[in-house]
Design a protein around this ligand. Structure first.
Ligand SMILES: Nc1nc2c(ncn2[C@@H]2O[C@H](COP(=O)(O)OP(=O)(O)OP(=O)(O)O)[C@@H](O)[C@H]2O)c(=O)[nH]1
Length: 535
């Protein structure tokens, strides 16, 4: 797509501009051709003028002395003069348009030439050679006032040797006074050497060729017209006209730049290379500042998702939007962390008493049972039940009952110091406790401390048949391992120990409440009880 854009630019923008400028160059070459052709007739005109407005030529025309005339003809127009002046023919006419003197000499190949174009009977159109365009000029008039008024004429004329440039000037005294004594014509053949010289002026290649039928009939562009080419062509043709205005021959200009540069050249390759480098640089910057940070952000979040662990994103991004994303993400993660923490707490904490709930206890019990079965670490489970709590509620109201339960929880938890031990609300007015690997004496001491704690709390319970204050009964079951290899599931222990503690509680209640009843079990007994369906 990128390369297509470059090619489209090349085809639709660059190449048309180049073509336009090349067409302009072609037009300039044609202008140069016309200019050069005119320039080449100037030396001919200059020397023709010099010879015509010259006292010796004037005297020659005036003189009737034949030997003087021959002297002029031989000494002023020797072969060398033709060569040095680059002329191929000299013709002197009198005012009656009669040829007085003529000489032809090819200055390139030193060959004498005998021209016939001066035979005005055969070529009447050539009478136009006369600078005043008259067949006969008056012998005296007109007087010539200034050099610029000297009648002269240049153009192209057909000869039997091919077309020739001519220059024709009236014969006058060198001070340009006196009567016109006729006119002098110089010609230069338009041959190969002439064309070669013309080519040097124009820089482009020029050839001369004959006209087609259509061109003879007037089609084609004149050499001195201002018609510029409109499109790029290999060559252009310009028609040169004869003295009588008829098409005579054509010049073919072979233009120097005729074709457009190729679609892919060194400039296109350089442009492509430059744009590719820019694109690559842009991509690298884009990757460095945007893609890589976004990718790192995605990887960090993906890792967080896999590890299920909420971490703060480390952001050192250079783009402010990404810094914002990371900041907001971290803030969101903080909120989620806080909410998760609260949810966890709610899931494992009893709402009323603010101590661990039954689920929390069960998890801990499971851990204890596994430790017991695998590592022989014993533990004690205690179920505490508020005595006559139904009467308390009935008498003092449910809200007072709630408050009483909160205070019971406080008294019980006062005996817990170690993190591995737990005091939880089991449900209703029942609490459940676990002490890991606690010896008999400290255990009894703790139980007595709890019973005394309620006594000290002295929460009035007017309808209690046990005491005037709220009392609690405890069912205690201690499990010892005794190096017994326990084979059953550890969950069996949990069920059995709760059953045993419950039995003990029942016993404590039956024995008058406000006391604890304690039982001890071994792992072996638990396994036996489990296999006995009646237990
Ligand atoms: N206020 C209050 N009462 C509760 C809550 N949970 C259970 N109870 C009440 O606790 C009472 C338990 O009564 P019972 O199971 O008959 O036991 P008791 O009255 O304590 O009798 P004994 O255990 O034999 O001493 C019921 O009246 C329950 O409604 C609680 O969260 N708040």
């Amino acid at each position: 797509m990128f390369a297509s854009a470059v090619f489209a630019f090349r085809i639709w923008v660059q190449l048309p501009i180049i073509e336009k400028s090349l067409v302009k160059v072609s037009a300039q070459e044609l202008t140069a051709l016309n200019f050069a052709f005119k320039q080449m007739s100037k030396p001919l005109h200059t020397i023709n003028y010099d010879y015509a407005v010259w006292d010796r030529t004037y005297s020659y025309m005036k003189s009737s002395n034949m030997s003087a005339k021959r002297f002029y003809e031989q000494h002023e127009y020797p072969d060398d003069t033709f060569k040095s002046l680059k002329v191929d023919g000299v013709f002197v006419f009198n005012n009656e348009n009669e040829l007085v003197f003529s000489k032809g000499f090819n200055h390139d190949n030193d060959q004498p030439l005998v021209f016939t174009f001066t035979d005005f009977k055969q070529y009447p159109q050539n009478k136009a050679l006369s600078p005043q365009r008259k067949v006969a000029l008056p012998p005296i008039e007109p007087q010539i006032e200034s050099p610029s008024d000297v009648p002269s004429k240049t153009g192209v004329i057909a000869t039997q040797y091919g077309p020739a440039l001519f220059s024709s000037t009236t014969i006058l005294q060198s001070n340009r006074t006196g009567p016109i004594m006729g006119y002098l014509v110089f010609i230069r053949l338009i041959d190969k050497n002439f064309i070669d010289e013309l080519s040097q002026y124009t820089v482009a290649g020029v050839t001369m060729s004959s006209l087609t039928q259509d061109e003879q009939n007037g089609s084609g562009i004149n050499l001195d017209s201002n018609v510029a080419p409109t499109k790029l062509t290999a060559s252009s043709t310009r028609i040169v006209h004869n003295i009588d205005g008829k098409p005579l021959f054509k010049l073919v200009l072979n233009h120097t730049n005729t074709s457009l540069p190729p679609l892919i050249d060194s400039s296109v390759i350089i442009l492509l290379a430059e744009l590719s480098t820019l694109l690559l640089l842009g991509y690298l910057l884009y990757s460095y500042f945007l893609v890589n940070p976004v990718r790192k952000l995605a990887v960090d979040i993906e890792e967080m998702d896999k590890s299920r662990e909420i971490k703060k994103l480390q952001y050192s991004y250079r783009i402010s939007e990404l810094v914002k994303v990371a900041t907001h993400f971290n803030a969101l993660m903080g909120t989620i962390q806080e909410q998760t923490k609260q949810l966890n707490e709610q899931a494992y904490i009893d709402k009323l008493t603010n101590i661990p709930n039954r689920r929390s206890f069960e998890q801990r019990l499971e851990t204890y049972c596994q430790l017991l079965a695998r590592q022989q670490i014993g533990f004690t489970l205690i179920i505490a039940d508020v005595d006559h709590f139904k009467e308390y509620n009935d008498n003092l109201g449910h809200l007072a009952g709630d408050e009483a339960l909160m205070k019971v929880a406080q008294v019980l938890t006062q005996q817990f110091y170690r993190a591995e031990d737990i005091c939880a609300r089991f449900g209703g007015e029942e609490f459940i406790m676990l002490f890991r690997d606690i010896p008999e004496q400290p255990l009894c001491h703790k139980l007595e401390a709890m019973i005394n704690g309620f006594k000290e709390l002295n929460l009035p319970h007017p309808t209690s048949k046990t005491a005037k204050y709220v009392t609690v009964s405890f069912g205690v079951c201690t499990i010892t391992a005794n190096d017994y290899a326990f084979k059953s599931e550890s969950s069996v222990i949990a069920r059995q120990v709760i059953l045993a503690a419950d039995k003990a509680l029942y016993h404590a209640k039956a024995s008058g409440r406000n006391q604890f009843s304690k039982t001890v079990m071994t792992l072996e007994q638990i396994e036996q009880n489990n296999s006995d369906p009646i237990t």
